[in-house]
Design a protein around this ligand. Structure first.
Ligand code: COA
Length: 379
């Protein structure tokens, strides 16, 4: 039963559900634009992730002093509240890292010093803490899981270097820092992707920003969204050898299995993020003297393109890149979250600035006009 003049679109495909000034995804041309700036220009121009966070939040590239202020503000708020740390210490060590992140974000909200203050100023402060602390949650749980003590954050480090420092207790080399900084920029925002939509739906009820981000983390976890990068690497590991890639993919396609890291709801051509990640994956492999994951990925890309006409998305080459720069596979999706927290918070702040409850309709396809039968008479 459709509402007057309304038609149902499965998966809300191509439905315009919001206006936004933050991000434009041009699916036909394969372009990704943050606040009017092409991601290719941000990457080529040598932008830092902090610069992109400022851009997403405020709509303008920062001046040197604005950037220094934001960088400092994030860098000095990385330490977790004792209650969050206590949760990370107490949770089972084999827990899924995204589930731990989801719950830790929720705990962090309860203990945020601005809890209960819903002013815009307080929400910007909370957004800064979220951007600063999501990577700390991810890396701290990973260390505790391995039986290691957490590392004290080093405020002299930028976002990209800090992630590796908090994970390994050592600063990364220049290549890893540069590659990871680019990966963080590329994952920062993507318009109304599923997790950002979740965040906006929650924020639109005027619930708090931590509730909105908790919704987003839960949504990103799914294998059709952020969980795909981890699944890509598991597939590459299962294939194991370059010589086996073609037969593996042929069989998977014959069995009508989805190949993780391919296809996209919006892009009808190359995902512009994949262009950079492919190059970085190649460089990471060459640098480490082990190009097999990259070679395997190239074979898979060729076959899936030939047989299904599908292009790799952001998750495909990020998998082999992350693997070669030493990130554990089960952290791939939390790494995605450590970047996307910038876009989520930008969207939540935008939602608060111009809010209307998001409440669509469903097309009712169930039975109608049934006669109630009292319990004793049912069989
Ligand atoms: N491997 C094989 N076939 C795929 C595919 C993939 N990765 N992605 C899409 N297809 C096929 C579907 O089987 C379907 O074919 P059919 O019409 O013959 O049934 C067709 O392409 C449309 O796919 P559909 O899943 O309906 O598209 P969607 O717009 O709903 O989904 C994705 C988009 C991203 C969820 C989908 O491409 C996918 O599941 N990709 C793999 C997961 C992934 O990489 N997600 C990360 C996204 S950034």
């Amino acid at each position: 039963m459709a509402q007057d003049g309304q038609t149902f679109k499965a998966g809300l495909e191509d439905v315009v559900a919001n206006t936004s000034e933050i991000c434009f995804v041009d699916g036909k041309e394969g372009r990704l634009i943050y606040r009017g700036y092409d991601i290719h220009d941000l990457v080529k121009g040598g932008s830092t992730f902090e610069e992109v966070i400022y851009l997403l939040w405020h709509g303008e590239l920062p001046t040197a002093s604005q950037l220094a202020e934001l960088t400092q503000s994030i860098a000095t708020q990385r330490a977790l509240a004792p209650e969050v740390l206590q949760f990370l210490r107490s949770v089972r060590k084999d827990a899924n890292a995204m589930e731990v992140l989801r719950t830790a974000v929720s705990v962090a909200g309860i203990y945020d010093p601005d809890n209960g203050d819903e002013s815009m100023e307080a929400n910007v402060r909370k957004a800064t803490r979220l951007v600063a602390q999501v990577p700390t949650i991810v890396t701290t749980f990973e260390r505790l899981r391995q039986g290691l003590e957490p590392v004290t954050p080093d405020p002299s480090l930028g976002m990209a270097a800090s992630f590796f420092y908090l994970l390994n207790g050592e600063k990364p080399d220049d290549f890893v820092e540069r590659a990871f900084n680019i990966a963080l920029i590329l994952h920062a925002d993507h318009e109304l992707n599923a997790s950002t939509f979740s965040a906006r739906v929650t924020a639109a009820t005027l619930s708090d920003i931590y509730s909105a981000i908790t919704s987003a983390v839960g949504t990103l976890k799914g294998p059709l969204h952020g969980g795909a990068n981890e699944q890509v690497m598991r597939m590459l590991l299962e294939i194991g050898d370059v010589s086996k890639a073609e037969a593996f993919i042929d069989q998977a396609l014959a069995e009508k299995r989805k190949i993780m890291g391919f296809g996209h709801r919006v892009y009808r051509t190359e995902d512009p993020r994949a262009t950079h990640l492919r190059q970085l994956s190649r460089e990471a492999g060459e640098r480490a003297g082990e190009t097999k994951w990259f070679e395997m990925s190239q074979i898979i890309e060729r076959i899936v393109k030939e047989k299904k006409g599908l292009n790799p998305n952001v998750d495909f080459y990020s998998a082999s890149l992350y693997y070669k720069i030493g990130l554990p596979v089960h952290l791939f999706t939390p790494v995605f979250a450590s970047s996307r927290i910038s876009g989520w918070t930008a969207h939540v702040l935008e939602q608060y600035r111009n809010n209307r409850l998001i409440r669509p309709r469903a097309e009712y396809v169930g039975p109608t006009n049934r006669t109630y039968v009292p319990l004793p008479e049912r069989n």
